[in-house]
Design a protein around this ligand. Structure first.
Ligand SMILES: Nc1ncnc2c1ncn2[C@@H]1O[C@H](COP(=O)(O)OP(=O)(O)OP(=O)(O)O)[C@@H](O)[C@H]1O
Length: 248
């Protein structure tokens, strides 16, 4: 069943059209890699799905509802540098901020919220550091906290903005296993990434975006080098085509 429907989405930011006529339908249990060059509009697309960017035209539906009214939870993991890590709060408190809409502003969390936070922290294997101030964490640990914060909502749709940037291989593997596990449980996972080879191997579907959708298919169906050349504005001689196994 489809959890996310994007139809004819166009977005204008600062007077410039950033996204044009995006159509996308994503079902429960899919693990979708959103890929495209810098400035292609990946973050803008994720933020439109979250409902924090207003479309110029078109519409977004999550579980049949506009994003801000969606009852099917949307978990969002921003790029790591966008979070205020110098705020003096612990891992647990940070993960609890993911539930602020459920808890209510200035209300005390209930037991169910503490349970959801504890589950999410265990899921990213941060149990031993739950009381640690987030400012003292490494980059990989911080990324795991952001994922836990999104998971605390038990979202049906998880949006991840470049979750692997700057992470070592073991942390990447841990998170990748987690994302695949979440998709296997039936959640839809949409991840923007610059790790093209990794996405080619790990995602069930790839959506190549460069202001609009250039291609949208299973990785094995994206064998035509012309698609990649168009999406990334590169030439036929670019070594990435060989790395991806699609060179002519
Ligand atoms: N608030 C804003 N005002 C004006 N232009 C913006 C704004 N936010 C983003 N843009 C522009 O929109 C375009 C798409 O940006 P976006 O961050 O969505 O791309 P991206 O594919 O996520 O890029 P990257 O891979 O570099 O993270 C860029 O040209 C960017 O400069």
């Amino acid at each position: 069943m489809s959890v996310l429907e994007v139809q004819g989405l166009s977005v204008r930011l600062g007077g410039r059209r950033v996204l044009r006529d995006i159509d996308l339908s994503i079902g429960d249990g899919e693990f979708v890699g959103l890929i495209g060059p810098n400035g292609a509009g990946k973050t803008t697309l994720l933020r439109s799905v979250l409902g924090v960017v207003r479309p110029e035209s078109g519409r977004v539906r999550v579980g049949g509802a506009p994003p801000r009214q969606a009852r099917a939870g949307i978990g969002y993991v921003p790029q790591r540098h966008e979070f205020a890590w110098d705020f003096p709060i612990s891992v647990e408190e940070t993960v609890m901020t993911g539930l602020v809409r459920d808890v209510g502003w200035f209300r005390r969390p209930r037991q169910e919220h503490y349970d959801a936070v504890a589950d999410a922290i265990v899921r990213v294997e941060m149990g031993a550091l739950a009381r640690r101030p987030v400012g003292e964490l490494s980059g990989g640990q911080r990324q795991r906290v952001l994922v836990a914060r999104a998971l605390a909502l038990r979202p049906r749709l998880l949006l991840l903005d470049e979750p692997f940037t700057g992470l070592d291989m073991p942390t990447q593997e841990l998170l990748l296993d987690l994302f695949r596990g979440l998709a296997a449980e039936g959640r839809a996972v949409v991840m923007s990434t610059h790790d093209l080879a990794g996405a080619m191997h790990q995602c069930s579907r790839l959506c190549l975006v460069n202001r609009t959708v250039i291609a949208d298919a299973r990785p094995g169906e994206l064998r035509d080098p012309a698609i990649w050349m168009r999406a990334f504005d590169v030439q036929a001689t670019n070594p990435i085509l060989s790395v991806l196994g699609v060179a002519a």
